[in-house]
Write a protein that binds this ligand. Structure first.
Ligand code: ZN
Length: 694
């Protein structure tokens, strides 16, 4: 019963993970708590946010694995049937972008590869990454049920996704049409509203003479797509011109002057050009006035044939040339250099979004009632949150969520990429926006395992993820979950922040401040990394992690090891389960511990893992090691047998109880030591021991 003098995390962690996997206790049905446990018939479920299977895990993944594993291990020890269901995401557009980069390096281009072959290649790439990821999750100590693992492209997942799509169609919530979409000219696909970023920019505003009137525009190069000039009907200045025609500069065309209340009297001259193919507001105006759009910029971001001599120029060149020629003709009245406006760009490549009209676009109505009069997707989600059926941790995120939901627009769910789930009945070969399938993940992942799992584990308990995907993902899961099942998909949403370095900088490869989670696990152990990611990390705010911090908790692991080693080395003559009389002082020490344990339990219940971990850390180091063990030395080394065995019992009890409290945070070292403890009624693993008996 002696521990080696040095703790070798690398060796122990792999061995312990194998022990857990073999034990089968990651599966909820394997764990049988004691008869009187009040949680015996309760379940606790977390569906793992499936990492994108297009690369290695980064520190953000290590953070979610740590937090979720803490919750799962804690609830398992409380006696609940715990299920943590792992998965991997094909991550449509995201993976396509990663794969595009890979192709670029190889001197290839996806637009030259036949779709079938491209799909096969990306699938292979994804499945290889998925394997690597699974291995990495294990390294971090994830106690998830691998027998239930799901991939977003599994056949039975796709079936659930199709069922939901059918239901949406039947309820009149799907429509297809020619719509203006956010188009990325680099990625050659449309993007949803949450996939574009807005920033304020200062650009020139051009005042161009269209015959007797002057229009103000930031985009002179699109004038070849103009179908009208528009004024506000209340604008007296132009009353007489409405219905007349004006010449379109640089062409031999004439366009009508129309009146529409969408025109802002105060903007520029009060006259705007109407280019339905390249502006969402103009698209609306065009629809009202039956004016068909003319595409003057093509899908690659170049001026199209209608631009005549300018055709083939990109937007910037086109704008310059058009303005030059207009100036030569004396058609530029003035240029206002301080035109402040919002510009949308692609969240992946920062290229300015070109609004484009696309045929056959699929949309989901977010704010309309169903055919049978049921609440809209948006309203039923808002209601569930307002009724506290879903609680946000931290609470302030609820406000952010509700505010965003207010301004929700219909969701464009079709993408013009190869990698994804094909939209049934779409002739142009489009696939679903990846968030349409991952938005169904909680119920789809359970149903794809079995209807029984769905019945037993849905609604799930906690959705733990980064606040940055609150709208991309969490909001969609709430809406689609309630819509498809009639129940909320989870009761709590725990949102974590973005890991930053010690200077509070965002970690990025270009800054060279990235911490590779698997690299530090190799050096300092997963337990040390997990503690570094937990202590001081309040929900919703950005945790700060540095190598020094991780090293600090490696030292803590050494402290735990040495203290345990000391206790185990001083057990001569000790028998587990034998009757031993403790002194009043011993009992007081145990009572003090129980007070601590109670507090820690309270923090665990309130999702305050940053406090619970800090408290057990301090107790173990500064009370158990520094005070209690020191005080016991004379009793352990003395001749009084009664005193000695009482002291041994006290130390073993406190060590065992402390290891249990530490286990959710530092699962490996606590398990390794537990395996050596002399205990009565010892279980196979500490993982299924009962949380403190207080
Ligand atoms: Zn892009």
């Amino acid at each position: 019963m002696e521990l080696p003098s040095q703790y070798n995390a690398k060796e122990v962690e792999d061995k312990i993970y194998q022990l857990w996997e073999k034990s089968g206790f990651f599966a909820p049905e394997a764990h049988q708590p004691r008869a009187g446990n009040p949680n015996k018939n309760k379940t606790f479920t977390i569906i793992m946010p499936p990492p994108n299977a297009n690369g290695s895990l980064h520190i953000g993944h290590a953070l979610f694995v740590t937090l979720e594993d803490i919750m799962i291990r804690y609830q398992r020890m409380r006696g609940k049937k715990t299920l943590w269901l792992p998965g991997a995401d094909h991550a449509g557009f995201e993976t396509q972008v990663v794969f595009d980069k890979k192709l670029e390096k190889e001197g290839r281009n996806r637009f030259q590869i036949p779709p079938d072959q491209l799909y096969k290649e990306i699938l292979e790439f994804t499945l290889t990454n998925k394997k690597v990821m699974e291995h990495q999750l294990k390294k971090l100590g994830a106690s998830c049920d691998w027998s239930r693992e799901k991939f977003t492209l599994d056949e039975n997942i796709i079936k659930v996704v199709y069922d939901t799509f059918e239901k949406l169609k039947k309820d009149g919530l799907v429509y297809k049409g020619k719509r203006i979409v956010n188009w990325c000219t680099k990625h050659q696909t449309s993007l949803s509203d949450v996939e574009i970023k807005y920033e304020e920019r200062i650009d020139p505003l051009y005042f161009i003479k269209y015959g007797p009137i002057t229009v103000a525009t930031g985009r002179p190069e699109t004038l070849f797509g103009d179908v009208a000039a528009a004024v506000n009907p209340k604008d007296k200045r132009y009353k007489d011109l409405i219905g007349k025609e004006v010449p379109l500069p640089l062409t031999d065309k004439k366009i009508p002057v129309i009146a529409d209340d969408l025109v802002d009297i105060k903007f520029g001259t009060g006259v705007v050009k109407v280019t339905p193919s390249h502006d969402p507001v103009d698209f609306e105006i065009g629809k009202k006035h039956n004016l068909e759009g003319i595409q003057s910029v093509d899908f690659r971001g170049k001026l199209s044939e209608v631009a005549g001599v300018y055709a083939g120029l990109n937007i910037e060149e086109g704008r310059k040339k058009v303005v030059e020629d207009l100036e030569k003709l004396g058609l530029i009245e003035k240029i206002d250099k301080d035109y402040k406006h919002m510009v949308a760009s692609c969240y992946k490549c920062n290229r300015i979004i070109e609004p484009m009209i696309l045929d056959n676009q699929w949309f989901i109505k977010m704010t309309s009632k169903t055919k049978s009069g049921k609440l809209s997707l948006r309203d039923s989600a808002v209601k569930a949150v307002k009724d506290k059926k879903i609680v946000f941790v931290p609470k302030r995120m609820e406000k952010v969520f509700l505010h965003w939901m207010k301004n929700l627009r219909d969701w464009n769910i079709s993408r013009q990429i190869t990698w994804g789930i094909p939209i049934p009945g779409d002739e142009s070969g489009q696939v679903f926006d990846t968030w349409f399938s991952s938005g169904q993940w909680p119920f789809a992942a359970l149903k794809a395992n079995s209807e029984k799992d769905f019945k037993n584990f849905y609604p799930t308990d906690v959705m733990e993820t980064g606040w940055d995907i609150l709208f991309f993902w969490v909001a969609r899961m709430i809406m689609l979950g309630i819509y498809a099942t009639g129940k909320v998909p989870f009761k709590y949403v725990y949102l974590h922040g973005l890991v930053r370095d010690k200077e509070r900088q965002k970690m990025s490869k270009s800054k060279g401040n990235v911490i590779d989670p698997l690299g530090v696990v190799d050096l300092y152990g997963a337990d040390a990394l997990r503690m570094a990611l937990t202590v001081g990390n309040t929900p919703g705010s950005d945790p700060i992690v540095s190598e020094e911090k991780i090293k600090g908790y490696r030292n803590f692991a050494t402290k735990i090891w040495n203290a345990s080693r000391f206790v185990l080395m001083n057990l001569d003559g000790y028998k587990a389960g034998s009757k031993i009389q403790l002194t009043a002082k011993d009992k007081k020490t145990l009572k003090d511990f129980q007070k601590q344990a109670k507090e820690i339990t309270k923090e665990m219940e309130g999702f305050k893992f940053y406090l619970a971990s800090e408290k057990i850390y301090h107790y173990f180091w500064h009370t158990f090691c520094d005070k209690i063990i020191e005080k016991q030395k004379p009793r352990l080394y003395g001749q009084n047998k009664k005193e000695k065995s009482a002291s041994q019992r006290l130390l073993i009890t406190l060590l065992f109880e402390s290891l249990k409290l530490l286990h959710p945070f530092m699962p490996f070292i606590t398990e390794e030591i537990y395996q050596q403890l002399p205990l009565k009624n010892k279980k196979e693993c500490i993982m299924i021991e009962e949380w403190t008996t207080t």
